[in-house]
Design a protein around this ligand. Structure first.
Ligand code: GUN
Length: 277
């Protein structure tokens, strides 16, 4: 029987620690305010943005919401970012992705000051991570490292396989595992013999975006399996990229969906916001 890594409990612990740190920093006269921008009304984005604002309120920091209509132009959005970059009261800026198609995501990400880039998406933040300098780290992969550490799972010297090479998860995940002295392999849609590569993994991070694709045939006995995927099935229930039923009996530890990686993303966003105070 695998250990179920409880992301909800670990994220709660982190938020409670941050709440204390915020109180301490406030008593020293420091403050934080997260600006959260949403363009359009994608229902999933509305839920995520609401949860981010709730987390700010929970740990005791201000947030300011900017709910812009779908037809907002790129220039209007850039002007708002410029204004927030220049506002000393705003310590973090987040533009919820995806943005509507007429807006170029990369242009938006690059416009946010790296000093306020609490998502860790700016090329300066990614570059800092790449060369081992201080900077904001993308929240989902940073949360996965925390999950492993809170669960006393050593990374050093382990075979770590990451499936997925996105800028938000796969690439920063690989860099973070490397920083922890893991031996890292990155797999993607063109990887040959994916099963064989995955079967080498002591730690397998799955961010492939395909519901239930990774079954027990991809798993080495006793591996740690981290599932980044989240999908809604026809019956309304949530599932990940990992076929939990077949994989769980074979691994030593696994994250569930929901309640694994998901809650950690917001906890680490709060971590980034507090570190900017
Ligand atoms: N959309 C999905 N995940 C994220 C995230 O972590 N940050 C932002 N800004 N948008 C997202």
């Amino acid at each position: 029987m695998a250990r179920i890594i409880d992301g909800k409990a670990i994220s709660q612990k982190i938020k409670d620690e941050l709440k204390e740190e915020v109180a301490r920093k406030k008593s020293e006269g420091k403050n934080a305010c997260l600006a959260v921008i949403q363009v359009g009304n994608d229902p999933a984005s509305t839920v995520y943005v609401g949860n981010k604002k709730k987390a700010c309120a929970y740990i005791g920091i201000d947030s300011k919401s900017y709910e812009l209509p779908e037809e907002t132009t790129q220039d209007e959005l850039l002007n708002l970012i410029d204004k927030l970059n220049d506002d000393p009261k705003i310590t973090g800026i987040l533009v919820q992705l995806p943005v509507p198609e007429h807006i170029d995501e990369d242009t938006i990400i690059r416009r946010i000051s790296p000093l306020k880039d609490v998502d860790g998406f700016h090329p300066m933040s990614v570059g800092a991570l790449c060369i081992g300098e201080k900077g904001f780290v993308s929240c989902t992969p940073a949360g996965i490292i925390k999950l492993l550490k809170y669960s006393d799972i050593d990374i050093e010297g382990k075979e770590c396989v990451v499936i997925g090479r996105s800028n938000i998860v796969g690439k920063p995940m690989s860099l973070l595992l490397l920083r922890e002295n893991g031996t890292v392999t990155i797999c993607h849609s063109r990887t040959r013999n994916l099963k064989d590569v995955c079967k080498r993994a002591d730690i397998l991070v799955v961010a492939i975006g395909k519901p239930g694709m990774i079954n027990d045939e991809y798993i080495k006995e006793g591996a740690v399996v981290i599932d980044v995927g989240i999908h809604r099935k026809a019956d309304g229930k949530l599932c990940g990229d990992v076929d939990f039923e077949s994989v769980e009996p074979k691994c030593s530890a696994i994250t569930p969906v929901p309640g694994g990686v998901g809650p950690m993303t917001i906890a680490m966003l709060m971590y980034n916001v507090v570190s900017a105070m």
